[in-house]
Design a protein around this ligand. Structure first.
Ligand code: GDP
Ligand code: NAG
Ligand code: NAG
Ligand code: NAG
Ligand code: MG
Length: 397
């Protein structure tokens, strides 16, 4: 029997389709586990927070007996402190943050709290915050020379710049103390005499929330795993607030190439695709940054020669005043350029909220937040999320 040519072709196609179908069925049976921790996500299809989140890799330091008891002189605590710059009138908001962090973590590990302020703390502030923890608490004034507008800033030019950028919608541009706060968080907190003999810090702001129980020593983990910096959220910045920051950074790099780390994250800093209009307005900076109201870091990085020179360069350039450079983009750019990117850690297990953004992992240790939800505010805020850009260029370390 002779099979006509078109039929032969059809049979061939059917056989091929059958094999393809079998392959597809088999493929969908493969396990769909969460991606390995260090993997880069080149195609962001779903929030990694929806994947089950566990503790980071061993070694993990645990509470055993009284090794982390508050007054134990031989405790297992490493060289670290919790730290908050805060005003007296933020007492209730500060107590909210303390309650959450003590409940989820610090009541187990009892790291000291350090409160800093440009004005003396009231007795009420001291009494209420001391009562919110069993750990040691200290209260310190920010030295005037760390807080005041430096002599080389032209007050008239500052006033004019405030009007110009206010008209462009830069939030907080007209709040003098906001500029002071951003500059202090960029270049001074780790120079405070009360912090000089401390290595790691965890920055805590008033009115933040922590959702998940954390059962290992977070600072000990930073030390054991050689991490410099830990974050939870990556956000785009308002490009108008940092228009001159990248150009000033490029000037610095032109004469200080030696500080560029061979394993840097410059591709994250200079990503164009995520938000092209930000990249344009910020003259080559993606504006993607670690949201620094949460940060766990090694202050020896801020004390390094590279960062000290970089900060002084930026400080002289005047952008903390004539623009509204935040400590978040400044810290992020420095880390992305001068540090080994594998030393930057995503604390995916620490559920966190600072209005209007949150970080809510998929874990039975978390309560009070909706898994994977990124904002509590208007839905347009969703596009401020730039974790995808970070994971694409750097990965999830
Ligand atoms: N002592 C003091 N703390 C400040 C001042 N300005 C801001 N802060 C603190 O700096 C942090 C950031 O300020 P915040 O108003 O929360 O800014 P936002 O998070 O960017 O909206 C918070 O911990 C504030 O309590 C100030 O003038 N004095
Ligand atoms: C959390 O992870 C579990 C296990 O993989 C999954 O079944 C569940 O759908 C995840 N939760 C969310 C909100 O995605
Ligand atoms: C803590 O760390 C700081 C900064 O690295 C260092 O100067 C200090 O000596 C350390 N203290 C202890 C007890 O190790
Ligand atoms: C951390 O750094 C020290 C000193 O450079 C090294 O001995 C150690 O193996 C490193 N540990 C890890 C986990 O990378
Ligand atoms: Mg805040």
């Amino acid at each position: 029997m002779v099979v006509p040519r078109p039929i032969r072709l059809l049979t061939l196609i059917s056989a091929f389709l059958f094999l393809w179908l079998v392959y597809q069925i088999f493929k969908s049976d493969l396990p769909h586990g969460s991606p390995p921790k260090e993997e880069k996500i080149t195609n962001w299809v779903k929030d990694p927070n929806l994947d089950p989140t566990d503790e980071p890799p061993e070694p993990l330091r645990r509470v055993i007996g009284n090794n982390y008891a508050p007054n134990n002189p031989d405790s297992s605590r490493v060289n670290a402190t919790l730290m908050a710059l805060v005003r007296n009138n933020e007492i209730d908001a500060m107590l909210q943050s303390m309650r959450d962090l003590e409940r989820t973590w610090n009541s187990k590990f009892n790291y000291p709290w350090l409160f800093l302020n440009d004005e003396p703390f009231t007795d009420e502030f001291k009494e209420k915050t001391s009562a919110a923890t069993r750990a040691e608490v200290r209260y310190e004034l920010v030295p005037k020379e760390h807080w005041d507008m430096p002599s080389w800033i032209n007050r008239d030019l500052y006033d004019e710049s405030v009007e110009v950028l206010k008209a462009q919608g830069v939030q907080y541009m007209d709040r003098f103390s906001y500029h002071q706060m951003c500059r202090w968080n960029s270049g001074f907190f780790y120079k405070h005499p009360a912090l000089l003999s401390t290595k790691y810090y965890w920055r805590v702001e008033p009115n933040v929330r922590f959702f998940c129980d954390v059962d290992y020593d977070v600072f000990g983990w930073m030390q054991d795993h050689n991490k410099t910096y830990g974050y939870t959220i990556n956000l785009y910045d308002s490009p108008e607030s940092v228009a001159g920051l990248w150009p000033a950074t490029e000037k610095f790099l032109a004469v200080h190439k030696e500080h560029l780390h061979p394993n840097n994250a410059i591709q994250w800093l200079t990503d164009k695709e995520g938000r092209p209009e930000n990249f344009e307005k910020a003259h080559g900076y993606s504006t993607c940054h670690f949201w620094s109201n949460f940060e766990i870091g090694d202050m020896d990085f801020w004390r390094s020669e590279a960062y000290e020179k970089y900060f002084n360069h930026l400080d002289r350039a005047g952008g903390f005043w004539y623009e509204r450079w935040g400590d978040a983009p400044v810290h992020s750019i420095a880390l992305g350029l001068f540090e080994d990117k594998s030393k930057i850690h995503w604390f995916r297990d620490i559920g966190y909220q600072h209005v209007p953004f949150l970080h809510c992992p998929n874990s039975s240790k978390c309560r009070g937040c909706e898994t994977g939800k990124f904002t509590d505010g208007e839905s347009f805020l969703q596009k401020e999320d730039c974790r995808a850009v970070y994971f694409k260029h750097v990965g999830m370390h």
